[in-house]
Write a protein of this length. Structure first.
Length: 450
């Protein structure tokens, strides 16, 4: 039976069983020629006789002259055959005098392959380490997510709970503040996942009685208004950029190259062969979407790799609810004030929106206002709990807003974030009045940007 098309390899090495097997699995046929003068002719005859059947012709490790000769001949016979050569050496910008469609440098090929192998290895090792850490817990694990958690934090905590259940370790997740995002509120209303709200009093009781502590989607106690500074977690799983040398007592996973903690946790679940229920898949998926600002910011190949899987498993009704979650009236009001108070300076916009009811309002507003024409960078500030909260965004690839926020505010408060998105806060008590504070906040931002 003749197949529709096939791959042909012309190589110095005739032993390519593995490759042929892979081709076979994909329902294709393949044929390997070991390079020699007689085989030159055989190959060309084959191309002539059955040229319609050749999809691709790969030259592997053969002499340059032979390569140039053969590729030209094959091109004459059928210009539709895709011709690829793997060469020991390809000079930069070299125009190979041949009719090849593409040339791959062997070293590059090996490097890419090696890198992938090593990444796979370390990712699996990290999962083993996480599992060992969890299974070694005698007693219970308390997962803390950051104040006013978003869905990335909640989904990641759910995933870690799942791993704990698998290892028969008792676990509970805690948060402080409010559900800052409408999606989070919608999700918690529509699922039976339980997380417990803590305050400054109850947190001490929990810390005293629990066996182990994990920080998920944040890395330092000082970033929380509720968890006492100096609390040293046993585990940290986070993806935010930090300048500090943060380490957990047992398990540290800090991956600022990844868009969301949900991506890290999805990988762990997949590698541990733990089923991801549709509700959890939906949360992880929306967690990635929110943290990467609809897949536009800080998204990495690792995130893209898990998205199709989560998409296939996710509960479509929950997704629908989450996509269309309502916006708080207070957010619209704050947005209105932010729009009226805009100030501009060379493509940079700053604005103060007064009191905000949800800490994440300013992030939402910053994302929206960054869309204004001719604006590349935005700083929005608002007041919550006697603090000026700040959110910055930039589409200027030369700027690293996270670093700018860290530099601008670490002396008077806190600042940090990613290259395109950052945040910070300063205590109002440090200033004589609000006007003064806002002025100083803006000045510090401008000083770092320009
Ligand atoms: Mn996150």
């Amino acid at each position: 039976m003749r197949r529709e098309s096939m791959y042909v390899i012309y190589s110095n090495n005739s032993d390519l069983e593995g490759f042929q097997e892979m081709v076979g699995v994909r329902g294709k046929e393949s044929r390997v020629y070991k390079s020699s003068e007689a085989k030159d002719k055989e190959l060309l005859d084959f191309a002539r006789d059955r040229y319609r059947d050749i999809d691709a012709l790969v030259f592997l490790d053969i002499e340059r002259e032979e390569l140039i000769f053969l590729s030209e001949k094959v091109k004459e016979i059928d210009s539709d055959i895709y011709q690829l050569a793997v060469l020991e050496e390809v000079k930069k910008d070299e125009k190979l005098e041949s009719d090849l469609d593409d040339v791959v440098r062997k070293e590059e090929w090996v490097e890419t392959f090696l890198f992938k192998k090593l990444e796979d290895y370390f990712s699996k090792r990290k999962t083993r380490e996480l599992r060992r850490t969890v299974s070694s817990i005698r007693g219970d694990l308390s997962i803390f997510i950051h104040d006013d958690p978003d869905l990335d934090a909640i989904a990641s905590a759910m995933a870690l709970e799942k791993i704990c259940e698998n290892e028969e370790v008792e676990v509970k997740t805690y948060f402080a503040g409010s559900f800052g995002h409408p999606e989070t509120e919608m999700f918690m209303e529509n699922t039976d996942f339980i997380i417990e709200k803590i305050d400054e009093d109850s947190v001490n009781e929990i810390l005293k009685n629990t066996s182990r502590i994990a920080f998920v989607d944040f890395a330092e106690a000082s970033l929380s208004d509720t968890i006492p500074d100096g609390v040293d977690p046993d585990m940290i799983i986070d993806h935010h950029q930090t300048n500090k040398d943060v380490r957990a007592k047992q398990y540290t996973e800090l991956r600022s190259d990844v868009g969301a903690a949900s991506t890290l946790m999805t990988n762990h679940l997949l590698q541990l062969d733990i089923d991801i229920p549709p509700v959890l898949a939906s949360a992880l998926l929306v967690g990635i979407r929110i943290d990467t600002n609809d897949y536009t910011k800080n998204i990495s190949p690792s995130d893209y790799k898990v998205i199709p899987y989560l998409n296939a498993v996710a509960d479509k009704d929950i997704l629908e609810v989450l996509e269309n979650s309502p916006i708080y009236s207070e957010t619209f009001s704050a947005m209105g004030r932010a729009i009226c108070n805009r100030e501009f300076k060379d493509g940079v916009m700053t604005s103060f929106c007064g009191d905000i009811s949800h800490k994440d309002d300013i992030a939402e507003i910053a994302n929206f206002l960054l869309r204004e024409r001719d604006i590349h960078t935005v700083l929005i500030c608002g007041i919550k709990d006697d603090k000026i909260q700040m959110s910055a965004r930039s589409k200027d690839l030369q700027l690293n807003v996270g670093k700018i926020m860290a530099k601008a505010y670490s002396e008077v408060g806190e600042g940090g974030g990613h290259p395109h998105a950052g945040g910070g806060e300063v205590d109002l008590n440090e200033f004589t009045d609000v006007d003064n504070a806002v002025k100083e906040v803006k000045k510090r931002f401008y000083d770092e940007v320009f």
